[in-house]
Write a protein that binds this ligand. Structure first.
Ligand SMILES: NC(=O)c1ccc[n+]([C@@H]2O[C@H](COP(=O)([O-])OP(=O)(O)OC[C@H]3O[C@@H](n4cnc5c(N)ncnc54)[C@H](OP(=O)(O)O)[C@@H]3O)[C@@H](O)[C@H]2O)c1
Length: 309
């Protein structure tokens, strides 16, 4: 397939570009930057330089480009400014998705894969029940988190209801691997700058970046139109256990414990670490023939530590 990949230079886009090309697909990567364009060409992709938020710029840059599928891997999470990251990512999931659906029509693509995240099931303690794709997703909630959830819902609704488009959504868990964010966590753990709540926090669902990319290739080839797939590994883990395991792998001291209320000073962080869910990847395994090569944080953090030693 010829794949127009928005976000080809990002955390999941980088391994995805590599894996798509290795599987015999052609990649046309969208980036705003000349430096990333160069990197993508070196990886074997063709490149379109455009800002997806600028509809006119995007459609003009795509003139003469043809593709069978569009993959939306855009976020604005590469900034440490939480508000900016949230607003930018919300815009990419609402307006950005609308622009990319127009782009799909312009290039003649009939398949569209979009990036989502398991937090669409709701920022709360879901208890011990296992969450499948049938659970309510994107249900309205008040406040700042409500805008995040509304953007996640808009992203999927647009993709699932677009005329003559086979829309598929990848509801990823937390990414980790050989990316900038994981490196930042590694550095914070080494300097003992990362603390965890005394309670241990909720259960989180992680996915090694190469596995997230492999699931996306599988969804492109085998995913059913109109379906969402949870892309998480086999073992949800409490945040404190995840961070303790990373510290042990790095030979760093055990991270400090702080009372839960201290984390309320950063509401978004507090919402994330107090959310608890056990998400099932059974549908992705069954329908996509995908299985995570890194089945849990134990193997994944060993890989992270050995790469960053
Ligand atoms: N599920 C998760 O846990 C999750 C999900 C996403 C990200 N993250 C984390 O967040 C961190 C940053 O991730 P990331 O590198 O993927 O995100 P990012 O730095 O925000 O970049 C995402 C991609 O989107 C592209 N992009 C953003 N806005 C664009 C626009 N207006 N027009 C065209 N392209 C645009 C960027 O391309 P250019 O800059 O080349 O233009 C880049 O390829 C990573 O550490 C990652 O692990 C986590």
């Amino acid at each position: 397939m010829r794949v127009l990949l928005a976000g080809a230079s990002g955390a999941v886009g980088t391994p995805l570009t590599r894996q798509l090309i290795a599987a015999g697909h052609q990649v046309v990567g969208i980036t705003r930057s000349a430096a990333n364009a160069e990197r993508l060409r070196n990886a074997g992709a063709e490149v379109v330089v455009a800002d997806v938020m600028d509809r006119g710029d995007l459609l003009a840059a795509l003139r003469g480009v043809a593709a069978d599928a569009v993959v939306h891997q855009l976020t604005n999470l590469g900034t440490t400014k939480i508000r900016q990251a949230r607003l930018g990512t919300n815009a990419l999931r609402t307006t950005g998705t609308a622009h990319l659906l127009e782009a799909a029509r312009a290039v003649g693509a009939h398949r569209f894969i979009t990036q989502s995240i398991v937090f669409g099931y709701g920022y709360r303690d879901h208890g011990p029940r296992v969450i499948t794709e049938d659970a309510p997703f994107g249900e309205p909630i008040p406040g700042t988190l409500g805008t995040v959830v509304a953007a996640l819902r808009s992203n999927e609704e647009q993709v699932f209801t677009a005329d003559e488009i086979e829309g598929i959504s990848m509801r990823y868990g937390f990414f980790y691997g050989q990316d900038a964010f994981t490196r930042m966590i590694v550095n914070a753990v080494r300097r003992r700058r990362l603390a965890v709540p005394t309670s241990g926090g909720g259960f989180g669902n992680f996915i090694y970046l190469d596995d997230a990319a492999a699931a996306t290739v599988a969804a492109l080839e085998k995913g059913r139109p109109g379906q969402a797939y949870n892309i998480v590994d086999d073992e949800p883990v409490r945040f404190a256990d995840y961070v303790d395991t990373l510290a042990a792998e790095l030979g760093a001291p055990r991270p400090r414990r702080l009372p839960g209320w201290v984390f309320r000073a950063i509401p978004y962080l507090h919402a994330i670490i107090s959310t608890s869910m056990r998400v099932s990847n059974a549908k992705a395994k069954r329908e996509l023939g995908w299985t995570p090569a890194v089945p849990s944080y134990r193997e994944g953090l060993r890989l992270v530590a050995s790469a960053m030693r």
